[in-house]
Design a protein around this ligand. Structure first.
Ligand code: HSE
Length: 418
């Protein structure tokens, strides 16, 4: 098209995603976009692109007046923020894949977008190839969105699949995730749930207008899951997944967290294997919808970066509709969760913190219980992440009817159990 804006890109980072983007762009000449310079940390490594393309000086990109788009795919969150900030202030549009940076700096990034009027797009930062941000932003109206349940981290899903379905041990599975380019440079970020909660924090902004630092959202990873937990799951026709969940409560607020969950074999999320991600959205009229696609890896992530670059041709910006045009939602602590907890040592289980306990299985080598606990009780202390304890949510875990709780508690008291 004649009048299409020519996009001259300055690319920061040439790792798994950066190199993927370079290759993908070469195969997409119709986009009318080309990379002018790539900024890397050191020249040392051999790279599959002409040496003249590379620089180690960020100003070669940020101060180049020809470059109108900065694409930033590095994994140092602090450096990434400085790059994005300078690029926006220098009048450039920005595409980023830095989940941690976006999660930690969202309020400043919102201000910078207002101040500069430039586009800042980051579809690849959550669920890679699945267009979840643009869908939440454009398609779903605030009032209609009842809940979202999602697998947002490819590495942990890959590891769970390899351990529980293919019999690999944890180290082998993690190594394979690293070799495939799915894992973060520090894989603890994946395994302990940090990456998932980072993504969840800004998905909550696009879904519900919630601005919350990830450190304030309750989360765990897969590090405590015990092999015996998967045996319990199998006997009940369930699988264990790391699930990010948000649900609108009857008090108008939103329950949100990232925790391991048992999902029934019939649940769409049970079909999500390996590095795939999945998002199940429930809304008033559309009912249930399921998005599925690769959530990590070079080309799937580059495909989302490419889609953002393409959107810049027509000046696309996130409007943050749920934040600016609707009444933003707040998070709630006022609900209860149905949980499974497995453990080695009963003395590390604070029984009095539970509303009630439904099942005790303390005859087995690996003991477990199921019961109901308030969300606030989980927030108050970390006993459920420590001393070999493993907490996994049961399906349909969220309970809000407190009268049910009171009745149950009363009946246990009358029976002399509570
Ligand atoms: N380490 C991330 C994951 C990469 O496994 O999901 C994609 O964000």
């Amino acid at each position: 098209m004649e009048n299409q804006k020519k996009l001259i890109i300055g690319l920061f980072g040439f790792g798994v995603v950066g190199e993927g983007l370079y290759k993908v762009l070469q195969q997409t000449p119709s986009l009318n976009a080309s990379i002018k310079k790539v900024c890397i940390k050191n020249y040392g490594k051999k790279r599959n692109a002409p040496a003249s393309l590379f620089t180690t000086d960020k100003d070669d990109l940020l101060n180049d007046l020809d470059i109108n788009v900065i694409v930033e795919v590095i994994d140092d969150a602090d450096a990434a923020f400085e790059i994005v900030k300078t690029a926006l202030l220098n009048g450039k549009d920005v595409v980023s894949a830095s989940k941690k940076m976006i999660a930690e700096h969202l309020p400043e990034l919102l201000e910078l977008q207002k101040q500069t009027g430039r586009s800042f797009l980051y579809e690849s930062a959550a669920c890679a190839s699945i267009p979840v941000i643009r869908n939440l932003e454009e398609y779903y109206d605030n009032d209609l969105l009842h809940s979202i349940k999602a697998i947002v981290n490819g590495s942990t899903n890959f590891i769970l699949t390899k351990i529980f379905e293919e019999g690999l041990d944890f180290k082998e599975a993690l190594l394979l995730a690293q070799q495939s380019g799915f894992a973060e440079s520090d894989p603890k970020l994946d395994v302990e749930g940090h990456d998932a909660v980072n993504k969840w924090s800004f998905l909550l902004t696009h879904a519900y207008g919630i601005i919350e630092n990830p450190s304030e959202i309750l989360f765990n990873g897969i590090q405590n899951i015990h092999i015996a937990d998967s045996i319990v799951a199998k006997t009940k026709n369930r699988q264990i997944k790391l699930v990010a969940e948000a649900k609108k409560l009857s008090n108008g607020k939103v329950a949100a967290f990232v925790l391991p969950q048992f999902v029934n074999d019939t649940d769409p999320l049970a079909f999500v294997k390996n590095e795939f991600n999945g998002v199940v959205i429930e809304s008033s009229f559309a009912d249930k919808q399921f998005f599925y696609g690769k959530g990590a890896g070079s080309f799937p992530t580059a495909s989302a970066v490419l889609s953002d670059i393409s959107a810049l041709r027509y000046g696309y910006k996130y409007e943050y509709k749920k934040l600016y045009h609707h009444q933003p939602h707040q998070l709630s602590d006022d609900f209860f969760l149905r949980v499974f907890v497995s453990f080695d040592n009963l003395s590390f289980i604070p029984r009095n913190r539970f509303e009630w306990i439904d099942e005790w299985h303390i005859g087995e080598e690996r003991k477990y219980l199921t019961g109901v606990i308030s969300f606030s009780a989980l927030k108050e202390s970390n006993w459920w992440k420590e001393n070999g304890n493993s907490l996994i949510l049961l399906p349909d875990s969220i309970i809000e009817e407190t009268h049910t709780r009171k009745i149950k508690k009363r009946s246990l008291e009358l029976a002399g159990i509570a």
